[in-house]
Design a protein around this ligand. Structure first.
Ligand code: NI
Length: 199
């Protein structure tokens, strides 16, 4: 009996260990996007740059993308976040060339390509402002799981937009590397970006 239980214990150890190792391997290995149980953030987009040219995510493969969603009429959060991005770009120095900073509007009704270009210039020349049709914006916002909605019910020309305010760092392969919460200090963001760009 003692021998049998020792064999059983060994069997449980081997099978259990094997299962655990398999799970660990699956977690460590690069699971392809869309694998069940994995939340996929990001995806293909087709938008318009300030020159009126079509821009797709494919153009940025091989470089990191730092993506932020907002709108030019935003009174507080967007300008603060974009200032943080600009400060980090400056602090990164030559390493910033590995990264494409994108500002995608969630207010395409007012944010024309020209308006986006004029706005992003105030922060950093490298920041690319992208707009599109309401459908194109809805599609990219859905891919990045961005929430946005008009916050007033009155039919005025002046309105605010509610929107989620995360910064997305996408890798050279187009897959998400990091999700940065709103309100990060520039030094904090710079350090996080440096670590990712080096790795
Ligand atoms: Ni905003």
């Amino acid at each position: 009996m003692a021998r049998l239980s020792r064999v059983l214990a060994l069997l449980i150890l081997v099978v259990g260990g094997g299962l655990w190792a398999g799970m660990w391997w699956r977690m460590q290995s690069d699971t392809p996007p869309g694998t069940p149980g994995q939340i996929q953030i990001g995806g293909p987009f087709s938008l318009t740059d300030p020159d009126g040219k079509t821009v797709t995510d494919q153009q940025f493969r091989g470089r990191f993308m730092l993506v932020y969603f907002g709108y030019t009429f935003c009174p507080d959060v967007c300008p603060t976040e974009l200032q943080t991005v600009a400060a980090s770009l400056a602090a990164l120095g030559p390493d910033a060339a590995k990264l494409v900073p994108l500002f995608i509007t969630i207010d395409p009704q007012r944010d024309t390509p020209k308006a986006m270009g004029e706005y992003t210039k105030q922060f950093d020349d490298r920041l690319i402002g992208l707009t599109g049709t309401p459908e194109q914006i809805a599609a990219v916002a859905k891919a990045y799981r961005v929430y946005y909605a008009r916050s007033d019910s009155k039919a005025t020309t002046d309105y605010l937009m509610d929107h989620s305010s995360f910064l997305y760092l996408m890798g050279p392969d187009g897959r998400m590397r990091s999700l940065f919460r709103p309100g990060m200090q520039p030094q904090e963001l710079t350090a996080a970006l440096k670590a990712q760009l080096a790795g």
